[in-house]
Design a protein around this ligand. Sequence first.
Ligand code: MG
Length: 171
Amino acid sequence: MIRIGHGFDIHRLAPERVLVLGGVIIPWDTGLLGHSDADVLLHAAIDGILGALALGDIGQWFPDTDERFRGADSAALLRAVMRDPRLQGWDVANLDATILAERPKLAPHIPTMRESIARILSIPADRVSVKATTMEGIGEIGQSEAIAAHAVVLLNREPPLVRQSSLSEDG
Ligand code: MG
């Protein structure tokens, strides 16, 4: 059985914040503003996974009004989602994400982000794709006021094993 989900997120860039993308700290003079660490890439990934199983969205799971999630490590939020009983038996077949950011240049960090997401999900890095594009200077993202991310996730669950005897009886 397979299920597909899509996630999108956007956060504003602000001074005196640490830029965290895909669980990786990116050295930069601004970071994303949010209740948690504002890791827009992991938030999109979480919403993709939740979307695949119609389990709501990150805002319902981890409300920004809840003090427990202030400054939260989004990697811990993603792990918490994967540990939920409703996710049991489901495996991330692959995840494909696109980050929309004017600056900094993200290409040098992409292998590290893929490894990081793969480690959080306990899957091989070749099942995780991270791409980055600029907005050609257009709009708020193009003016480096924000960074956004999309993620598409395919979940797979193996069917219960069919007993061999029931297949062979009576042809
Ligand atoms: Mg978010």
